[in-house]
Design a protein around this ligand. Structure first.
Ligand code: TYD
Ligand code: MG
Length: 458
């Protein structure tokens, strides 16, 4: 009997099955199975025997070929962990129109001044379209070659002939292999395509950047298997209506994933934002109640953000609460803490809370800032200018210590802030507090008092 030439693949997570199923046992999604031909099997064992390799000890591996390639875009280098590693496979994911193609074209532009051969392969745009985009970005060196191609076998042949030092594949969902009859973008195509690129990257020592589209629920479209195969996964995110973009490392075999890079989309492509705090705080109103500057850490990097709250009497029995840029349940929890510990009658008030600039943050160190923004708006007393706030708030109204207090204080000082409201237990961590007044608080009650004290002083 002829063996099944097709299999069923979950289009969401890549789960394989011999028969169709309504629900995927892997990711529990419904109706995601599609029939696809089986991928051609890899070379048999007998054919491979000739190329058996000797196992080696760590000391025998020479490591000097791991020289990193600096892109010259400092924010990107930081996220990559110090530059591009030759022979690595980097996946760049993000919503459509966020600027993935633009970023990679800019990387190619900077690198083409130092490398001899770079290949940018586009399966989505025509050469004319790329040229139009390139014209906005700037001058390009002839070392950058462009190619519109979606057939992987052809791409492989061209790469082997041209021997580029770096390749960009825009995007993996448009690439296809003729030996697989399913449509481009399907699980088996993406898996095969990535396999081919992985082999090229490792064998020829080429750095490969792959663009991957993101689905509605925020994962790279197609199988998660893509994320397992590559060395580095970067997500490009941001509000499409705001001009800043955040590049976040999600997985990195050559560095930490704590780093983020901040960019701004301008009419001449993406620009680095070297000082995100200053950028996020531009346009902060002076002397307005309900506006508080908080300090959150993104990996090892402190960032100052403005939290805004608007608290007003509710017209209905059920108060309305909205939280933009933070966890909705966290907001409700903090309001319950205020109601109970400070006896504020907040259940009769609507609350709208927002992080300015369209960022999303979930660090608990933001709690104290949120609490003060709500109190400030409720009492209609502005938080004094030049003050930043950080600290975690517990259920009994206590203000708990957070990590890296010294870095946060330093960031505040760098941007000209003169006063910090922080957990009392963090005071010991601060070695250098010159030029900045530290107000340690132990409970939310203290924090409220600290707020009023400064009001009376000013
Ligand atoms: P693009 O890089 O094509 O995004 P992706 O590849 O992630 O889908 O999207 C770029 C968007 O940015 C597009 O909507 C136009 C805009 N843009 C600028 O504002 N300035 C520029 O200089 C360029 C090149 C693009
Ligand atoms: Mg694109």
């Amino acid at each position: 009997m002829k063996k099944n030439a097709t299999l069923f693949f979950c289009q969401n997570c890549g789960y394989e099955s011999a028969k169709w199923m309504g629900q995927c046992p892997g990711c529990r999604e419904w109706n995601t199975f599609a029939e696809e031909p089986k991928a051609p099997s890899v070379k048999g064992r007998s054919a491979r025997a000739a190329e058996l390799r000797e196992p080696v000890s760590l000391g025998e591996i020479c490591s000097d070929d791991q020289e990193r390639l600096k892109t010259g875009i400092a924010e990107l280098d930081q996220v990559l962990g110090g530059g591009i590693v030759p022979g690595s496979l980097v996946l760049v994911g993000g919503d459509p129109g966020i600027g993935k193609s633009t970023l990679l074209l800019q990387v190619c532009r900077v690198l083409s001044e130092r490398l001899d051969r770079i290949l940018y392969i586009s399966g989505e745009e025509s050469l004319q379209q790329i040229r139009l985009r390139a014209a906005r970005i700037g001058e390009f060196s002839p070392a950058l070659k462009l190619l519109c191609e979606t057939n992987l076998a052809d791409i492989e042949a061209i790469v082997l002939k041209m021997k580029p030092q770096m390749i960009v594949i825009d995007s993996i969902q448009t690439m296809y292999q003729e030996s697989i009859s399913s449509a481009p973008g399907s699980v088996s195509q993406i898996r095969e395509a990535t396999g081919v690129l992985l082999r090229l990257a490792k064998q020829q020592n080429i750095a490969v950047f792959i663009v991957g589209h993101v689905t509605k629920d925020g994962t790279v479209a197609g199988p998660r298997v893509l994320e397992h195969m590559v060395d580095t996964v970067l997500y490009f995110e941001g509000d499409r209506h705001a001009s800043y973009r955040i590049l976040r490392g999600v997985k990195n075999r050559f560095g930490s994933t704590n780093e983020i890079g901040v960019f701004e989309m301008t009419d001449r492509g993406l620009c680095e934002v070297a000082n995100p705090s200053e950028y996020m705080l531009s346009g902060k109103p002076e002397g307005a109640s309900g506006s508080v500057v908080v300090c959150v850490m993104e990996g090892t990097r402190p960032m100052l953000l403005e939290v805004q709250a608007l608290v007003c009497r509710t017209n209905f029995g059920l108060p309305r609460r909205t939280a933009a840029g933070m966890d909705y349940n966290r907001l409700n929890l903090l309001m319950a803490v205020l109601e109970k510990r400070l006896s504020l009658p907040l259940s009769g008030y609507d609350a709208y809370v927002n992080i300015a600039g369209g960022v999303r943050m979930s660090e608990p160190a933001m709690d104290l800032g949120l609490v003060l923004a709500i109190i400030s708006s409720y009492r209609d007393i502005p938080v004094p200018d030049r003050t930043i706030v950080f600290g975690e708030v517990g259920l009994s109204g206590e203000v708990r210590a957070v990590s890296m207090a010294q870095q946060r204080v330093q960031e505040a000082r760098k941007l000209g802030f003169t006063r910090v409201i922080l957990p009392e237990s963090c005071l010991g961590q601060i070695k250098d507090s010159s030029g900045i007044e530290l107000a340690g608080v132990a409970t939310v009650k203290d924090a409220m008092a600290a707020l009023q004290r400064t009001k009376n002083q000013s």
